[in-house]
Write a protein that binds this ligand. Sequence first.
Ligand code: SAM
Length: 292
Amino acid sequence: MRFEIITIFPGFFAGIFEHGIVRRAIAEERVKVDVHDLRAFTHDRHRTVDDRPFGGGEGMVLKPEPLAEALAALGIAPKAERAASAPTLAPEERRKDGAPAQLSSAQQTRVILLSAQGRPFTQAVARELAALDRVVLICGRYEGVDERINQLYCDMELSIGDYVLSGGELAAAVVVDATMRLIPGVLGNEASGAFESFGAADAEIATDVEGVPRSQHGAGGLLDYPHYTRPVEFGGLRAPEVLLNGDHQQIRRWRREQQLRKTLANRPDLLERAALSEEDRRLLETIRRERQ
Ligand code: SAM
């Protein structure tokens, strides 16, 4: 998979992908990250990328021409042209759900504008992106990007949260990090992505555990449970006894309960769409009653 980042501050990314899992994924060539300097696509002496907003008001706006040139240099045509040149497949070349069996390279590419006005970037979106071959990330600055770039080229606008950053660079780094760790082979343990916070209820993993509802094998959209390591005692607190006794059934049940407790306390909104078993619901009721 390849990420292409368009920015006026390419130096921002120096070092940011040189640590841990991300560094390893790049070194093993599972992922490639290319950073493109938007100023390389200007033609004036001052390498101007911005201009005053039509209609007046504060700040500057990233001009459309350098961005369009940068995208053209990456082989990205306007959306309308991409759609027109996408191959129309015969019915036998389509999967049952109607999607083409073999996606073209244009279909395997997403052009994304980082924007506070975008749709929220979630683990579900990261999973969607991790299935693609190529993601192009446009980093805004100043008051943002001329809207015509969004209209003409971008497949989606993504926001990493309900706050305003100074630029799209941090947001792009967040999208790259969260997405690349979901690419098969990037995490050492393939299953660990499913067990983390927001992990999907997973039908494929840990099928050997008897008596534990399947939804409890993956995070099922809940937050992760708390983790402990040595020493057993720290700061006057002992690690939970259940984690020390080696009974995997009890450990799983305890962890699931902790997931439900944490999600109820910190992100009750997630419970509405979480994959909950009957047992989860009963447990949740008990926790709710306890808290009243
Ligand atoms: N005028 C814009 C608004 O009120 O929505 C804010 C522009 S912000 C100062 C400059 C750039 O930072 C944006 O164009 C965008 O690329 C990036 N940015 C700011 N907040 C963001 C967020 N929450 N998620 C993703 N990108 C963000």
